[in-house]
Design a protein around this ligand. Structure first.
Ligand code: HSE
Length: 440
């Protein structure tokens, strides 16, 4: 049978990995897919780079639209990134009847509804395994492997840059700014790391997983997003003393009131496997009612790990290419006419537990006032840690850190408690609040 013909848009890190792995493993991939899969045309503004990657025999152009317009191309791989031209090209490729493979989480999290609707109307597939957690086949796991389950929650370390920074902060006892500079020097963080360190990249990925897990439209605008820029070495140290590690988690959870969708630093018990995922690695925990807790671990970025996911999609599409569109695996796991309108909850309705660090005057009655505020709002304390002032601020210090772990409460109640505690004259600095997930 004739090979499936693929057009590649973008020959950067993931594009080059995809080309190289496909070429290297072509025989084995062909045995799996049932026919050859060949990249026959590539587009990149840097045509020199593209040419040196693909060599002779593959058409190189600087015009992505020429790839889309080529009637021989069956699948277009979009590896340009961003919401701008990538969105236009993906929609044009769909309109031209091409299947699309993309690693573009930002595009799908923000414009997924439009893109999947266009693909369904045209009877083509938009595949995006590489968009979430790089080489980890988490989309496949959620959409197919766990299809028997009512998914209860997902919690993932889905941004390698921030996990690397948090690991370094913990290992070396350094503050965020220092480690970020080091991570940039080593190439672990980009020159403009905003999307990673502010939690946006993780929120894009969590948004996609949320849709697939619960059969709701992609709704990035409803996600609560908090990054790691305000974390201090002190909090990482105190968390450690209490038996926790701090991780940036992407969380989505089914509750009686709706769906939680949030990204923020979280204390995770050190005894959980996911708490021990270090450096730039990714891991995703999924809790299903039938299967229980499952954990997926691997490289969330990089040339060949991400190419592994892109090529898995190519093989899937090759196998499904001739299948009746109505009998394919649905883009968001649930049939388009069976999507739910379960609402994504505002952060004020989320229920979780908390780590609080208060810089307080070391004097009589401070603890009583603080715990009194929590008690009045019905917030139950799980543990308290207070260091001697000398230990925190040196000899003769009159201030100390008061660390409180709470049991579950509603975020709006915690906000009320924080507002009351913050104005106490004996609370001397902005209170640090980090959410806590037991992931039991
Ligand atoms: N910048 C991402 C990360 C990789 O640090 O994990 C691509 O999503």
């Amino acid at each position: 049978m004739k090979s499936i013909q693929v057009g590649l848009l973008g020959t950067g890190v993931v594009g080059s990995g995809t080309f190289n792995v496909l070429r290297r493993n072509q025989e084995e991939i062909k045995r799996r897919a049932g026919r050859g899969i060949e990249i026959t045309m590539v587009a990149d503004l840097d045509t020199e780079r593209a040419r040196s990657l693909v060599g002779a025999g593959v058409t190189v152009t600087s015009d992505a639209r020429a790839v889309i317009a080529n009637p021989d191309i069956d699948i277009v791989i979009e590896l340009i990134g961003g919401y701008g031209i990538a969105r236009t090209l993906v929609l044009e490729a769909i309109a031209a009847g091409k299947h699309v493979v993309t690693a573009n989480k930002a595009l799908l999290a923000v414009h997924g509804t439009e893109i999947f609707a266009a693909a369904s109307a045209k009877g083509v597939i938009v595949a995006f395994e590489a968009a979430v957690a790089g080489g980890i086949p988490i989309i496949k796991a959620l959409r197919e492997g766990l299809t028997a389950n009512s998914i209860q929650w997902i919690a993932g370390i889905i941004n390698g840059t921030t996990n690397f920074i948090l690991s370094e902060m913990r290992d070396k006892g350094l503050d965020f700014d220092v480690v970020l500079k080091e991570a940039q020097r080593l190439g672990y963080a980009e020159a403009d790391p905003t999307f990673d360190i502010e939690g946006v990249d993780a929120a894009h990925k969590a948004t996609i997983m949320c849709s697939i897990a619960f059969g709701i439209p992609v709704q990035f605008d409803k996600a609560y997003v908090e990054g790691i820029t305000k974390l201090g070495a002190a909090d990482i140290k105190y968390a450690e003393q209490l038996g926790y590690r701090i991780k940036l988690l992407g969380i989505t959870k089914r509750t009686g009131k709706g769906i939680e969708l949030r990204v923020h630093p979280s204390l995770v018990p050190t005894r959980r496997l996911i708490a021990n995922v270090e450096g730039a690695m990714n891991a995703v925990m999924v809790q299903g009612d039938a299967v229980g807790t499952t954990l997926y671990y691997g490289k969330g970025a990089g040339s060949e790990p991400t190419a592994s996911a892109v090529i898995a999609d190519l093989v899937d599409i090759t196998r499904l290419h001739t299948a009746d569109p109505l009998n394919r695996v649905p883009h968001l796991a649930f049939q388009p006419n069976a999507m739910s309108d379960l609402r994504v909850l505002p952060m004020s309705d989320v229920v979780t537990s908390y780590y609080l660090r208060l810089r307080v005057a070391d004097e009589a009655g401070v603890l009583a006032k603080v715990t009194g505020i929590l008690a009045a709002l019905g917030i139950s304390i799980d543990a308290i840690l207070q260091r001697e002032a000398d230990e925190v601020g040196g000899e003769g210090a009159t201030q100390t850190d008061l660390i409180i772990l709470t049991h579950d409460c509603v975020e709006s109640e915690m906000n009320a408690a924080l507002a009351q505690m913050q104005v106490l004259p004996t609370v001397l600095a902005p209170i640090i609040r980090i959410r806590k997930e037991e992931l039991a």
